[in-house]
Design a protein around this ligand. Structure first.
Ligand SMILES: Cc1cc2nc3c(=O)[nH]c(=O)nc-3n(C[C@H](O)[C@H](O)[C@H](O)COP(=O)(O)O)c2cc1C
Length: 328
């Protein structure tokens, strides 16, 4: 069985994946989603430049924690030999829990594209092919690519590039339905995802504007993609993976989560961050996502940014819970 079929098999079991998000999808975040139905989860993107000699702090972005059965590692860069070295280093450090290596050709950040990395690779298809070949030659796991519709707004280069990268050995392609120039603005164009999926024989994962279980299930139904990335749709809603699967398979509408349930999830998330990172500054961002729609949410957001220790965050959640109870 080829690597494309391996990925096809994984997507057939659970087509909804936790998308890579720099600064967000750390071990604590991934574990929250895994406990609620996510099977495949990605590391935050990591630079291939010098990964082989990187510090433990950089490796923390890549290595799965004990509770994690697998990890997909996303690499970015522009030099084929650095990719080849990084693939070997990742394979050695991660071991049997490495499901796949993904090459980032989607990141639109200025400091990345000005170095010819990320989405800029969509403008240099020969180099993109060379990078895929370099990774495939060293990897003993599938090598995949994440791209956008095109680098420039109004163009649609993804189907042709996907065909070339398939020929170079990519086992799957993910497509975010926006151009690099669009960043995260405007609406994602799912027709490009569909075009790519019809242009290649390898499985395609769609991405863009999947904000709920209903969106995720709809992308699967409306396009030829076999998998769907959930990115911002996981904010404050780690249940979205189980919900999307139940909706797509059985037509069951997602349950409403009570404020208490959401506050309990926030406590769990804080506990994981405290245990695994420990980088409590990240909690300031995700805590506000769990509080959305709660009574006095705006004023609680003000309190959240004043917290810095695990104990302060946990005490604040107790306070919010008491307030919610008083309001009901
Ligand atoms: C905060 C943030 C960080 C992201 N980091 C990455 C990344 O490291 N690698 C990547 O391929 N995509 C990254 N993305 C893009 C997402 O994976 C996804 O393709 C994009 O958000 C579109 O999906 P959405 O509209 O459903 O959020 C990031 C998105 C966000 C919001």
């Amino acid at each position: 069985m080829g690597y494309a079929d391996t990925i096809r098999g994984l997507l057939a079991e659970q087509p909804f994946l936790l998308a890579p998000m720099a600064g967000v999808t750390d071990a604590a975040y991934r574990i929250m989603c895994r406990r609620r139905g996510a099977r495949l989860a990605y590391s935050e993107m990591v630079s291939v430049a010098g990964l082989a000699y990187a510090s433990n702090k950089t490796w923390r972005l890549v290595l799965p924690e004990d509770e994690e059965p697998q990890i997909c590692v996303q690499l970015f860069g522009s030099k084929p030999d650095q990719f080849a070295g990084a693939v070997e280093a990742v394979a050695e450090r991660v071991g049997s829990r490495l499901t796949l290596i993904d090459i980032n050709m989607a990141c639109p950040a200025r400091k990345v594209i000005t170095k010819g990395e990320g989405c800029a690779l969509m403008e240099t298809p020969e180099l993109a092919e060379e990078i895929v070949r370099a990774c495939v030659s060293r990897a003993s796991v599938p090598v995949t690519v994440k791209m956008r519709t095109a680098f420039r707004q109004g163009e649609r280069t993804a189907p042709e590039l996907a065909r070339r990268l398939e020929a170079a050995g990519a086992a799957a392609v993910a497509v975010h339905g926006r151009s690099a120039k669009q960043l995260y603005t405007g609406q994602a164009d799912w027709t490009v995802i569909d075009d790519v999926a019809r242009a290649v024989d390898i499985p395609v994962i769609g991405s863009g504007d999947v904000f709920s279980a209903a969106d995720a299930s709809r992308m699967l139904a409306e396009t030829a993609a076999e998998g769907v990335f959930i990115a911002r749709g996981t904010y404050g809603n780690p249940w979205v993976f189980d919900d999307a699967l139940k909706l797509a398979r059985e037509g069951d509408a997602p349950a409403e989560r009570s404020f208490v349930e959401r506050l309990d999830a926030l406590r769990e998330h804080l506990g994981l961050t405290h245990r695994y990172l420990p980088l409590m500054s990240r909690a300031r961002t995700y805590a506000t996502w769990y509080l959305k729609g709660m009574p006095h949410a705006a004023s609680w957001r003000g309190s959240v940014v004043r917290c810095s220790t695990y104990e302060e965050f946990m005490a604040l959640v107790d306070e919010i819970e008491a307030d919610v109870a008083a309001c009901q």
